[in-house]
Design a binder for this molecule. Structure first.
Ligand code: PEP
Ligand code: CO
Length: 456
């Protein structure tokens, strides 16, 4: 798919509903219009999940990253699940993100901006509208916010009530994130406790233990020097922002609110919303809808994007050239980065849009293993990151961040890593609803190797 460079729909008449007159890719075929409208009406009555002030704070943090004063760690699930939701799972997901961020910050001396694919990442784009098994055709699974993954007619029917369930789970997840990040758990004094049991014994787990001990020692040293660390908020709390792909436009529209303080429209389902590779058409509904929001935005850029497409997306999504407003997430595939990314980076740099450049080394590197499982190899993921850094350095832009699919669980979905996951292991814990995720060990391993790349 190539996003065509055509006349853009007018923003002058933008309203939260104006996307409805444009073509929206990847929307489910809701079978009962009445049921669909009733669910959206109920959502419109709900409280916002995030507030404009914190959303603006994220834009400011991203502006620092755009300026080379920080690094973005954008990480979390490919597709959050209704069935697998629990406080422990959210805690473990946060643990990995905190660990990776400590590894990065300690090694590079740069602040790590933590942005989760969490608390709303329920909708998935699919390559086909239907799936066929043994001659039976059913709707494709589009994420728990739309339908169920089981291959039965009842489960695959798009059910509008699921949007309300997604809202409720997202609300609970936002609440858990707030509790875990502000309530003592994220205190740097707890740095040892973040090592998950199955990670502790691995090489990267041991390396992390060492680093934690050094941090303890540094804190004791500062205390001994008479610095009262109890007063330093940054040592006791962290800011973890939320994000998801804004795929399901009815849901996003119903959670859009006018902010009295700034007079602008905010998407209140998450702090940052992004446009996926399959919905970045310049004349499409997704680009138009998100362009009207004040939230910081991200857009995936795959190998089919031309430099002109990328610049046109910048013009549409960041017309005022606001630092922090737009993150471009390159997801080229390790073998294509060198071929396609340099011209895109050059064109965007020349256009003067102060974007954050991030690398998604996952989605361009998925392949089917001989066992039938969809997987990614850790080494290929690292290769794409290294090549992304190379391109950014050669073109004179700051490699601002990475976008990673991972989980706090000890799954076996991606191959390789320090404690190598083998092809024969895929079957033991392959649990993802959609794309293969790094497990916590592989995530930590990635952070250490990334830190080395950054120091280099
Ligand atoms: C995703 O991030 O899960 C995804 C579907 O990515 P992309 O839009 O880059 O294919
Ligand atoms: Co994915």
């Amino acid at each position: 798919m190539t996003a065509k460079t055509t006349e853009l729909p007018s923003m002058a008449n933008w309203t939260p509903q104006s996307w409805q007159s444009l073509r929206a890719e990847q929307q489910p075929q809701w079978t009962d219009a009445h049921e669909y409208r009733a669910a959206l009406d109920a959502l419109r009555q709900k409280a916002p999940l995030v507030f404009a002030a914190k959303t603006r704070a994220l834009t400011e943090q991203l502006a620092r990253v755009a300026n080379g004063e920080g690094f973005l760690l954008h990480a979390g699930d490919c597709a959050e699940s209704f069935a697998e939701f629990s406080a422990d799972k959210v805690r473990d997901q946060i643990k990995v993100i905190l660990q990776m961020s400590v590894a990065l910050t300690y090694s590079t001396g740069l602040p790590t901006l933590k942005l989760g694919r969490i608390a709303g990442q329920y909708a998935k784009p699919r390559s086909a509208n239907t799936e066929t098994r043994d001659g039976v055709d059913l709707d494709s699974f589009r994420g728990d916010i739309v339908n169920g993954i089981d291959f039965t007619a009842a489960a695959r029917r798009p059910d509008p009530q699921r949007m309300l369930r997604a809202y409720n789970q997202a609300a609970a997840t936002h609440h858990l994130i707030e509790s875990f990040t502000k309530g003592g758990f994220a205190d740097l004094a707890q740095v040892h406790q973040w090592n998950l049991e199955f990670v502790g014994t691995s090489d990267e787990g041991q390396r992390y233990e060492q680093l934690s001990t050094e941090i303890d020692r540094a804190m004791r040293f500062m205390n001994a020097c008479g610095i009262d660390l109890s007063k330093e908020r940054q040592l006791h709390e962290v800011d973890l922002y939320t994000s998801h792909e804004a795929l399901l436009l009815g849901y996003e529209e119903a959670l859009t609110r006018l902010d009295a303080m700034s007079g602008g429209w905010y998407g209140t389902s998450a702090h940052l919303l992004w446009i996926g590779e399959r919905t970045r058409q310049l004349d499409g509904a997704h680009v138009h809808f998100l362009a009207g929001l004040q939230n910081p935005l991200a857009c995936k850029i795959g190998p089919s994007a031309t430099p002109e497409d990328a610049v046109a997306l910048c013009r549409a999504l960041d017309p005022d050239r606001t630092p922090g407003r737009l993150t471009l997430v390159a997801r080229m595939g390790a073998t294509k980065v060198d071929e396609f990314l340099p011209a895109i980076v050059r064109a965007v740099k020349k256009s003067g849009h102060p974007v954050v450049w991030a690398c998604d080394p996952m989605h361009g590197n998925t392949y089917q293993h001989e066992s039938g499982y969809k997987t990614r190899h850790f080494d290929t993921v690292m290769t794409e990151i290294a090549k992304f850094f190379g391109v950014c350095h050669a073109e004179g832009v700051w490699p601002g961040g990475v976008h990673i699919e991972l989980t706090g669980d000890n799954v076996t979905e991606c191959l390789g890593g320090g404690n190598e996951v083998l092809g024969s292991d895929l079957d033991s814990r392959y649990e993802t609803l959609c794309d293969p995720r790094l497990n916590a060990r592989q995530g930590l391993d990635l952070a250490f190797r990334l830190a080395e790349l950054m120091r280099g």
